[in-house]
Ligand binder design. Structure first.
Ligand SMILES: Cc1cc2nc3c(=O)[nH]c(=O)nc-3n(C[C@H](O)[C@H](O)[C@H](O)COP(=O)(O)OP(=O)(O)OC[C@H]3O[C@@H](n4cnc5c(N)ncnc54)[C@H](O)[C@@H]3O)c2cc1C
Length: 385
């Protein structure tokens, strides 16, 4: 069965069947090997590009396919529905986040230089905000960019950066003015990873999403020219704020895709598994719990559809995007826990896909803004303080 992001759109269903075929031929045969190694190969990016599965909503003039955002954002969802979350997260960062920073904030030169190659998978992008001492509180970042005559010298480090090992460039936040407090004085830079002084550190081992590429990064006197600034100098936070609603909507869509996968495999399992002489799907506990989870799934999907409509009209605000990120990722984790329980001891075994879906789910409440930060943003909007 294919993932169905929006049953009213036939084109999305066709795209989902392309994704399913791609996963069958290019991902499934080697996936466990990649999970064991802790990273999927660089070549997969080129294969994704050749299959037309990267950055499809980038306009044709920059090498993209000119698709709409719903279509583009449903690509990682289809991959998550195959239980390949490690691959989906990398694509989401590359296609749904990084390429849109360049499209929306970049100069013509930056767009022409990066976007066409991002579509083909020749250039992989990462976004580097988090530091060892600053995650939720990005105002505390220590990475600095010091002005020189014809450019900037960047020093500092980042951690937990998705696509950090394979990236050809990263968009990194650095403090450009230490004299101002709070969110001011931060700028965004495009840093090519072959630049002298750029060091990709460890590929980090994780609880789930094993084959996703997650790294420490170090900048040791990395020189970038003025043309590598993306957006306005000292206004990096403003840029971040404008791009966050899309990132949060994408994470929410992925959460619901994962929920659909978990519901599908759990429904099948409970019908087959017998206990006390009957199928466990006949116990009232099973029936009511699954019914409640399915209700949550549908509610989150409905709110996502509303958010997508708002997003396509350019009206998705930070607070509403935070609500859907919070609601759907919390629901995903509840579903992961309760569905695993229906599998009993088998649910704890690696060979059962529910155990992987459970482990992969947990990060969803943390990255892209933790649940607590999402609630704080909603509360601020609600209460006005
Ligand atoms: C697999 C993975 C991939 C990632 N990918 C990227 C990436 O590509 N790029 C990137 O820049 N970052 C990435 N991150 C980093 C991620 O966004 C951060 O981990 C996240 O924002 C939380 O920051 P932190 O880990 O420093 O936790 P902290 O900020 O230290 O938070 C610790 C706890 O304190 C709580 N807390 C903090 N402030 C408040 C508050 N004001 N009110 C209430 N509670 C609060 C948090 O909710 C959390 O529960 C990734 C992380 C992981 C694990």
């Amino acid at each position: 069965m294919n993932y169905s992001p929006n049953p009213t759109r036939e084109d999305l269903a066709i795209l989902q069947s392309t994704i399913e075929k791609f996963c069958k031929s290019h991902v499934a045969p080697k996936f466990q090997e990649w999970e064991d190694k802790g990273i999927f190969p660089r070549q997969l990016w080129n294969e994704l590009g050749a299959a037309g599965l990267l950055c499809i909503d980038i306009p044709e003039e920059y090498g993209g396919h000119g698709a709409d955002a719903e279509m583009a954002m449903s690509i990682p969802c289809g991959i998550t529905y195959g239980n390949y979350g490690s691959i989906a997260v990398g694509i989401s960062v590359h296609s749904d986040i990084v390429s849109h920073y360049i499209l929306n904030l970049g100069t013509e030169e930056q767009k022409k230089s990066y976007l066409p190659k991002m579509v083909t998978g020749e250039k992989i992008g990462a976004i580097a905000m988090t530091e060892p001492g600053a995650g939720s509180d990005l105002q505390g970042i220590k990475t600095s960019a010091k002005k020189h005559e014809d450019g900037w010298v960047i020093n500092g480090s980042k951690t937990f950066i998705t696509n950090g090992q394979h990236a050809d460039f990263v968009i990194a936040a650095a403090k450009t003015n230490k004299d101002v407090k709070g969110s001011a004085g931060v700028s965004l830079f495009i840093i090519d990873t072959d630049q002298k002084g750029f060091v990709a550190g460890r590929n980090l081992e994780k609880l789930g999403l094993h084959s996703s590429d997650t790294s420490e990064l170090f900048f040791e006197d990395v020189f970038v020219s003025d043309s590598n600034v993306i957006g306005q100098v000292d206004k990096g936070f403003l840029s971040l704020m404008t791009e966050l609603p899309r990132e949060r909507l994408a994470l929410a869509m992925n959460a619901v895709a994962a929920m659909e996968f978990m519901m599908e495999i759990t429904k099948n399992y409970v019908k087959e598994r017998m206990a006390f002489g009957k199928s466990i799907s006949n116990f009232q506990n099973t029936r009511f719990k699954l019914a409640k989870l399915q209700t949550e799934l549908r509610l989150n999907k409905a709110l996502i559809n509303e958010c997508m409509d708002l997003f396509l009209q350019g009206k998705l605000d930070a607070s509403t995007a935070s609500m859907i990120k919070y609601s759907s990722t919390e629901a995903q984790c509840r579903m992961a826990d309760e569905c695993l329980q229906f599998f009993g001891g088998y649910g704890y075994m690696k060979e059962y896909p529910i155990s992987k879906a459970f482990a992969d789910a947990r990060i969803q409440k943390i990255y892209g803004g933790t649940s607590e930060i999402m609630l704080e943003l909603v509360a601020r909007d609600l209460l006005g303080n």
